[in-house]
Design a protein around this ligand. Structure first.
Ligand code: FNR
Length: 338
């Protein structure tokens, strides 16, 4: 029998009980702009663990204060953030889920007071704040911030780390010829544009030996932007650099329409898996158990990430199991009423 949606998946010493991943989704629910976990995060994420999601990835969590998408983002830029994140991770794990955190820096898409930074001084769109072109010292500080974020994620007990290099945030900006016009070793050729990502992966590896995912924008939907073949090359390098899975999203570097339909990013996951010979996660309008099962069984991706569907239904895995005729035990507290 080929593996399906409810087959376990092991990477390094972490075993997910199924292939269902909650895709990272910002909740903009931090109070007092201090980056700390709140009751909302505890309730929201833990309910998906009760719902039998195999891996819950918490939202884009900022590695620096100025790298926040908004001032209501979660942060991992101070040691004081660890305690709340540890409670959150442990609360989900107690209900049988494995946990992941997405480490992020928004770059030119940060909406915070003060200066924002990016590979080049090019705003996201016409009326956005103009970012400061990063100096080499700022590049080094940012890589160090990802490393410190990874160290804190480990202290908080997360099972998996994902580096956010998609959607036009900082690392995605470096990868893209649309946002990166640098003339030094961090700009120009694909190899140069990849350099900060490589150094970030290496820095994270120096403090983290668990599974490492990277989310990419596999197509920028712009004639001068990266397309799938460019991202296959990045994924090949990521594999050489010790990344375990590529989480295949798209877009977000510039404002451009995206043709959205069921499984619209699936071919990215499938192509990168085949051509870069690395595990992939598929994401984007995956909504039914049958659709998810088809993706896994046909080996088009190794994991399915669900976003909005898991907002609508925290118990989606149970509905998928029913659809597929898989026997999923209820939480023991519900057994007498089953
Ligand atoms: C998102 N998405 C997202 N992606 C990411 O990499 N980091 C993030 O923090 C967020 N935040 C976020 C918030 C909200 C409210 C939504 C709806 C989406 C994108 C998300 O992870 C996913 O890739 C897309 O929503 C597509 O998948 P679905 O929703 O079609 O299953």
């Amino acid at each position: 029998m080929t593996e399906g949606l409810f087959t376990a998946w092991t990477q390094k010493d972490v075993t997910l009980k199924n292939r269902i991943v909650m895709s990272p989704m910002c909740m903009y629910s931090v109070e007092n702009e201090d980056g700390h976990v709140t009751d909302w995060h505890m309730t929201h994420y833990t309910s998906r663990a009760v719902g039998q999601v195999g891996l819950i990835m918490i939202e884009a969590t900022a590695v620096t204060e100025q790298g926040r998408i908004s001032t209501n983002d979660l942060g991992i830029y101070q040691d004081e953030h660890v305690e709340g994140l540890q409670q959150l991770s442990s609360s989900m794990q107690k209900q049988g889920a494995k946990t992941a955190i997405q480490l992020a820096h928004a770059g030119r898409k940060a909406v915070v007071d003060g200066d924002i930074i990016a590979p080049s001084a090019i705003p996201f769109y016409d009326d956005s704040k103009v970012p400061k072109e990063m100096t080499k010292a700022e590049i080094e500080e940012t890589i160090e911030a990802f490393k410190q974020g990874a160290r804190r994620a480990k202290e908080a007990g997360f099972d998996i780390i994902e580096i956010h290099a998609a959607h036009g945030y900082l690392l995605s900006q470096f990868l893209s010829p649309l946002a990166n016009h640098r003339n030094d070793e961090y700009g120009g050729s694909a190899e140069n544009r990849y350099r900060i990502v490589k150094e970030t992966i290496q820095a994270v590896h120096s403090v983290w030996d668990g599974p490492l995912f990277v989310r990419v924008s596999a197509d920028e939907y712009h004639p001068e932007g990266n397309e799938l073949s460019d991202v296959v090359q990045f994924a090949t390098w990521m594999k050489q650099d010790g990344v375990d899975l590529i989480d295949c999203s798209s877009g977000g570097v510039v404002r451009t329409p995206i043709d959205v339909y069921p499984g619209y990013q699936l071919r990215h996951a499938e192509t990168i898996k085949r051509e870069a010979d690395i595990s992939t996660g598929a994401v984007g309008l995956i909504t039914s158990g049958l659709q998810a099962e088809e993706i896994i069984k046909n080996e088009r991706a190794d994991l399915v990430f669900l976003g909005r569907e898991l907002l609508r239904n925290p118990y989606w895995p149970r509905a998928a199991a029913e659809e597929l005729g898989v026997d999923l035990q209820p939480p023991k507290q519900y057994e007498r009423g089953w």
